[in-house]
Design a protein around this ligand. Structure first.
Ligand code: NZQ
Ligand code: ZN
Length: 396
């Protein structure tokens, strides 16, 4: 087991009616002026925003509002939020939504606390020196941003939009209100994208060249089995509370670091390749991950055979007959079938993306460059490897 730091300071209020805790949480944080930040309309339509507005008032706080956060949140709206918060004297950011809204709030928070050009943090030119406190009312179990240290923002650019992350401990939300009933209204596609992303956050931590991690592996395998089983239930019955609750808690645990303790940092190649893809083509993050993973897995599994074997047997229920390579390959196929069964694309064609030769090269080179020329842990990948994986995905 490698040395590690585990830091999960977010206070979680989980369950039906957990929104009732919002006034007390805001008072506990000493919030005076709150930015209510939200997306494109789902929170307004469900009536959630009105409840949030009332709770902010009950806490004795003033409020400003900024809606319109798009999936794959844009830098331009972040900048609008920064100006608004500076003008209004906002001291607390309340994200009401999924990963995109939370990440947009974190970006605003970096700029308010650290000053200067906010994109510098995403280009890793400098590090934030703080973040205005962020609280979350979660409406979508997926990105895990409600407990993560990460924010992912897309910068609009004429030569192709650029999607980059900034990981920094200041950004971990102070609290997260998680009421699984708020996710009943999710369209099936978003439920499936969310479950895929949750699985991938643990899979990126699981498929590494790291050594022995008995407890971490057991947690990771348990989480993956839980999400696969409950994704099937939630797809068939969107208002199944128990399934939604299991998925929601899995989403947070999958990306708060617990399923990677001792792994030496994880792999993250699939995520980094996907960020190039959704930067260029604006696809849903979870669907982009699904479209790449099977090709990535088939490209790297021989270099990480023990873990692919364990995944096949302990997570996908493959019978351990035949060679270790055969079992590992059966595990990959079983996971691919699961993705298809919940309506996820397992290649670029089904994702609706057909890159040109130049675009394959562009994405591969840009992805490798963000890692100093290479990516990955299960197998170290250079630009040529990444291009090969993308082309494999493009053939499916
Ligand atoms: O905008 P509205 O109308 O609210 O609709 C949203 C949006 O269209 C809808 N939605 C959310 N809650 C709903 C709902 N629809 C009905 N009922 C509800 N209860 O869902 C759509 C997608 O929302 P979004 O926030 O974009 O999804 P997600 O949570 O998957 O976030 C994706 C973003 O997070 C980033 C991704 O790259 C992507 O930009 N990630 C962030 C991470 C982090 N900060 O730690 C880690 C991840 O790996 C990921 O990269
Ligand atoms: Zn993700």
């Amino acid at each position: 087991m490698f040395d590690f730091e585990y830091y999960a300071p977010t206070k979680v209020e989980f369950g039906k009616n957990s929104l009732a805790t919002l006034p007390a949480l805001l008072r506990e944080q000493g919030a005076k002026k709150v930015l209510i930040h939200y997306g494109g309309g789902s929170a307004e339509r469900s009536g959630l925003l009105d409840k949030v507005r009332a709770a902010v008032k009950e806490a004795g706080c003033e409020a400003a509002e900024l809606g319109g956060v798009q999936p794959n949140p844009r830098l331009s709206l972040v900048k609008k939020g920064i100006e608004l918060c500076q003008r209004e004297g906002v001291d607390f950011l309340l994200a009401v939504g999924g990963g995109s809204v939370i990440d947009s709030a974190k970006a605003i928070g970096y700029a308010l606390a650290s000053g200067g050009e906010v994109w510098d943090f995403y280009e890793r030119k400098r590090k934030p020196s703080g973040c205005t406190p962020v609280g979350v009312v979660l409406t979508l179990a997926a990105a895990g941003s409600e407990m993560s240290n990460s924010s992912v923002i897309t910068k609009e650019s004429e030569g192709g939009d650029i999607k980059r992350s900034c990981n920094c401990e200041y950004a971990r939300p102070r609290f997260a209100i998680m009421d699984p009933t708020l996710t009943f209204t999710l369209p099936p596609y978003q439920t499936a994208c969310g479950c895929t992303d949750i699985l991938m956050h643990t899979m990126e931590r699981y498929f590494t060249s790291g050594g022995n991690m008995q407890l971490t592996d057991a947690l990771a395998e348990g989480l993956m089995r839980t999400v696969i089983a409950n994704a099937r239930v939630a797809m068939a019955k969107p208002d199944d509370y128990s399934a939604r609750a299991e998925i929601m808690w899995s989403g947070s645990v999958s990306h708060n670091g617990l399923t990677g303790c001792g792994n030496g940092g994880g792999d993250w190649a699939v995520h980094d390749i996907e960020h190039e893809l959704s930067g260029l083509y604006d696809v849903a993050h979870g669907a982009g991950l699904a479209a790449i993973w099977p090709s990535w897995a088939r490209y790297v599994y021989k270099d990480c055979l023990g873990r692919f074997y364990n995944f096949a047997v302990h997570v996908m229920g493959v019978r351990p007959c035949g060679t270790r390579e055969e079992v590992a390959r059966d595990g990959i196929s079983a996971f691919e079938s699961f993705l298809k069964s919940i309506g996820m694309p397992t290649g670029l064609n089904a994702l609706g993306v057909r890159p040109t030769d130049g675009e394959y090269k562009f994405m591969a080179e840009r992805c490798a460059a963000t890692g100093g020329g290479k990516k990955g842990s299960a197998k170290v990948l250079y630009a040529a490897d990444i291009e090969a994986i993308l082309r494999m995905a493009g053939d499916v």
